[in-house]
Design a protein around this ligand. Sequence first.
Ligand code: NAD
Ligand code: GDU
Length: 339
Amino acid sequence: MKILVTGGAGFIGSHTVVELDKAGFEPVIIDNLYNSNPGVLEGIKQITGKDFPFYEIDCNDSEKVRALFEKEKFDGIIHFAAYKAVGESVEKPLNYYENNLISLLVLLRAAQEFKVPNFVFSSSCTVYGQPDAIPVTENTPRKPANSPYGNTKAIGEDIIRDYVYAKSGVKAISLRYFNPIGAHESSLIGELPNGVPSNLVPFITQTAAGLRQSLTVFGSDYDTADGTCVRDFIHVVDLAKAHVKALELLEEQSEPDYYDVFNVGTGEGYTVLELIRTFEEVNGVKLNYSIGPRRPGDVEKIYAQSDKVNNVMKWHAEKTMADALKDAWNWQQKITTQK
Ligand SMILES: NC(=O)c1ccc[n+]([C@@H]2O[C@H](COP(=O)([O-])OP(=O)(O)OC[C@H]3O[C@@H](n4cnc5c(N)ncnc54)[C@H](O)[C@@H]3O)[C@@H](O)[C@H]2O)c1
Ligand SMILES: O=c1ccn([C@@H]2O[C@H](COP(=O)(O)OP(=O)(O)O[C@H]3O[C@H](CO)[C@H](O)[C@H](O)[C@H]3O)[C@@H](O)[C@H]2O)c(=O)[nH]1
């Protein structure tokens, strides 16, 4: 089965390309390299021994996307391509609505026109906002989004649901990711955002490598065990495997209007300070960090209840937070010495 992976040069997309190949799918990557670089493709090639088709295309460019769908006959789409910096989305909301929603519409139109039956969407636990009770299940009510970025995910889910139920001929799954971290165990691909990282773990590894002075922990006065936020940190390779399971589940569905959402998390929450301590312990490095003010828009604590993804998709997290932090550090050291 040929699978279009949009944003396939990015963090989660690149790891998913590797897992798709392992499971016998044929990935085709499109990415505009806004937040990634062509070196990722070399890493994928070294891991898999294969040179998958790559197109430097902006998903908002409907002409180029249509031309690609005409050329390649896709059996499924995994749509990762999006902007994802929560803080930046507050400053530049239109950029986020434009990039994250137009690209989705372009792909959904192409899927219908070219009869691509399966669609997987990168959603986020951000759609729950600060839930009233944790862990969150898929039935936990979505709260109004804390940021334009979060809103693009909530609106994106709604667009897909309406589209599927309107008998578009496309089945779809939205995966609500918790906090992906880590890198491939080969250290050939990992998390390498362009510019200053806004996510926690790349900021930690870049600080430990001396590329950044110090990490600021955003807030220590939350109502949690040590005052810092709680998240469900999931190894990116585990998350990548969930996409393979999602495609397999879609393929099994005979109902043409199948749509569902799944939490993809480990089911365990750790604080930011617990993560930092684990990073220091497993890697034998001391991290330069200080406590700063809260970051606007941050949720205090959230982690997944993962029974649905465990039972329906037969997916389980296999790796620990410690595994992810070791892999992230190995990857960081490798790319730092290459520079
Ligand atoms: N990393 C997280 O914490 C997290 C959590 C929940 C959901 N998500 C979602 O998962 C998806 C992938 O996230 P990631 O962490 O791999 O991010 P990433 O930035 O590493 O990857 C996204 C890729 O999409 C590309 N891209 C962006 N806009 C594009 C466009 N218009 N056309 C073509 N390519 C485009 C970027 O260049 C990048 O390579 C995103 O939709 C993100 O919102 C991420
Ligand atoms: O320099 C930093 C960066 C982060 N944090 C803290 O670390 C935790 C995790 O922050 P991230 O930015 O890594 O991730 P978020 O939990 O903010 O994740 C949100 O943004 C992600 C994309 O960037 C995903 O969409 C995710 O689902 C959504 O909840 C937060 O408590 C944050 O305050 C710091 O203390 N210092």
